[in-house]
Design a protein around this ligand. Structure first.
Ligand code: ZN
Length: 58
């Protein structure tokens, strides 16, 4: 069995695969930006994060 993480909004199942805690990703279904907050043998836990645009000018 492969670990997955569910989108809190639409429950799209992400394969946990190579993902690491702290990584962010965008849900292909609902477009939310999610961060991996926890990784266990059962799967990963995703939380929506604020999509503040970074200051690219730096
Ligand atoms: Zn989603």
């Amino acid at each position: 069995m492969s670990a997955v993480g569910l989108c809190p909004e639409c429950e799209f199942a992400f394969p946990a695969g190579d993902l690491a805690v702290g990584e962010t990703l965008a849900c292909p279904e609902c477009g939310l930006t999610l961060q991996i907050v926890e990784k266990t043998s059962a799967g990963i836990r995703l939380e929506m994060i604020e999509t503040e645009l970074p200051d690219w000018g730096e």
